[in-house]
Design a protein around this ligand. Structure first.
Ligand code: XMP
Length: 519
């Protein structure tokens, strides 16, 4: 498939570049800037984009490309587009001059277009763009033209048409550059000449074929099914490919939300007719091991290890009946691989269970069919495969489940109180039509007793915290400015209907400096 390769120089928006290219129908992937040239050659990209980054080209140890790289793109006629640091780097390495500027330019700027053709065809004379730089190009190498400038940045875009090398100082990948897409579109169409073959339907059919081929006619696959979007979509894909030779293991760790155990079983066993659906009720084991444990990391560790233990035991049991289990499927998605991970607190993620310690004769190959996809692509595929919308649009839920939402030690009583409150919260948020626009919304059990009064009685109960956040990318999140009347309704219902809470507080902290979860 025609590919646009993005080389990552450490820019915070790097991820968005590949995203935008895919939105235009061309497959795109990101590799570190210093990836071996052989690897780039093997991909045979139709075009290469150099991302922005925090460095200065003159800085000690700043990331650079090799001269072999420039030779390769020139020999193979591969167009290159540099963005911000990438823009400086091309100019610098081909003997132009860069200077640091006293004033950092940060925010939206007016871009004056000098050449409205080529890379900037479709731009108006003046366009709003997003700038974020200190350094800028002072002098271009020979054979390069200036395409645009701003009042403080005379060389805000350049082209060397003959060599097909381009650069933009601004960030076309961010939403704050409204016409940014035009830059990528021009690059893809006019220079990279890449075919727009990245369509999810093609991807689904192709992936099912690949899984069938890889697993062959007899071997079997196991999968830890959490009921979340990623593992559900992997399950649905593999099930399409090999039917009952997929064994999905759904572990009830006693830390799931209300009704989740029933809903997941109903969906996969009854609705989707997964013959290889295996439910393991390990609630008691988990709660026994968690008894009295207060430290959040210790809780996570116990949950992670116990999961592996339960999952392995079930796998070994299944193996006795079906000696052909040779693959372990995982719901790893693209952002999981590119970022080191959104969170370091991932010990209990089913995704990270490479560390199974199965008997030697049971070495499993890993299958990760979603590893090149973004979350919204995974969601679309899930719908395409017939998964219910409730699973697809479900808010993220941490692997260690409600254990990170009960502060301090966990027991069944506290978990049930939390489940009941959380159910009310979600119901009210759904009724208000807000569920899909929020990143996550949930209740937290604060084991702090305060005094209340119910009718003629004095109460002495725990506090329920409500957390509702908006986020684009999980790295940052803002608390949702929920309507006070809605909050009042939720609070009243929780206090009246849930035994165990007599006070509700609303969390007004953003991330950073707070996190989304409490532990
Ligand atoms: P924080 O609390 O770090 O959470 O802002 C960011 C996102 O990650 C989820 N999260 C986890 N997911 N295992 C997981 O699988 C975990 O240990 C874990 N901790 C946090 C959290 O729900 C949010 O979406």
């Amino acid at each position: 498939m025609d590919t646009i390769l993005v080389l990552d120089f450490g820019g915070q928006y790097c991820h968005l570049i590949a995203r935008r290219i895919r939105d235009l129908g061309v497959f795109s992937e990101i590799l570190p800037y210093n990836v071996a040239l052989e690897k780039i050659k093997a991909i045979n990209p139709k075009g290469i984009i150099l991302s922005g980054g925090p460095n200065s080209v003159y800085g000690k140890g700043s990331p650079q490309l090799t001269m072999d790289f420039y030779q390769y793109v020139s020999n193979e006629n591969i167009p290159v587009l540099g963005i911000c640091y990438g823009h400086h780097l091309i100019a610098h390495q081909l003997k132009g001059k860069i200077e640091s500027h006293d004033h950092k330019e940060y925010g939206q700027s007016d871009l004056n277009i000098i050449e409205k053709k080529g890379l900037l065809e479709g731009f108006n004379k003046i366009e709003t763009v997003w700038m974020s730089h200190g350094d800028q190009i002072k002098e271009l190498p020979e054979g390069f033209n200036v395409l645009a400038s701003t009042t403080t940045c005379p060389i805000a875009a350049f082209a060397n048409y003959q060599k097909e090398l381009f650069g933009v100082q601004f960030h076309p990948e961010v939403g704050h550059t409204p016409k940014g897409k035009v830059v990528f579109d021009n690059f893809i169409t006019k220079y990279a000449k890449a075919k727009r073959e990245w369509k999810l339907e093609n991807w689904v059919n192709q992936t099912i074929e690949n899984i069938r081929e890889r697993v062959g006619p007899e071997k079997r696959v196991i999968l830890g099914l959490s009921g979340g979007v990623d593992s559900s979509v992997v399950a649905a894909l593999i099930h399409r490919a090999i039917g009952d030779r997929l064994h999905s293991i759904f572990v009830n760790n006693g830390l799931l939300r209300k009704n989740e155990v029933n809903e997941v079983q109903k969906t996969f066993r009854d609705k989707l007719k997964f013959e290889g659906f295996h439910y393991v009720d390990a609630e008691e084991l988990f709660l026994k091991k968690l008894k009295g444990v207060e430290d959040p990391e210790e809780k996570r560790r116990i949950i992670g290890h116990t999961f592996i233990e339960v999952f392995e035991n079930k796998t070994i049991e299944l193996e006795k009946e079906h000696p052909n289990i040779k693959f372990l499927a995982q719901g790893t998605i693209y952002p999981d691989r590119v970022e080191s991970s959104a969170t370091s607190k991932t010990s209990a993620k089913i995704k990270s269970h490479h560390n199974l310690t199965l008997p030697e004769n049971m070495v499993l190959e890993i299958i990760e069919p979603l590893k090149d996809l973004y979350k919204d692509e995974v969601r679309k595929i899930g719908l395409n495969l017939g998964l219910p919308i409730e699973i697809i649009n479900r808010h993220p839920f941490p692997g260690p489940g409600l254990a990170v939402r009960v502060i301090g030690s966990v027991n069944k009583e506290k978990l049930n109180i939390l489940r009941n409150a959380d159910e009310i919260l979600i119901e009210e948020i759904r009724n208000a039509g807000l569920y899909d626009s929020l990143w996550q919304v949930f209740c937290v059990f604060l084991p702090i007793k305060t005094v209340g009064v119910m009718g003629d009685f004095r109460t002495y109960e725990n506090i329920c915290a409500i957390r509702a956040v908006e986020s684009m990318d999980v790295m940052t999140a803002n608390f949702a400015k929920l309507d006070m009347n809605l909050l009042e309704k939720i609070s009243t219902r929780i206090i009246n209907e849930v035994n165990g809470f007599n006070r509700v507080v609303y969390d007004i902290s953003n991330k950073p400096p707070s996190t989304i979860e409490y532990e």
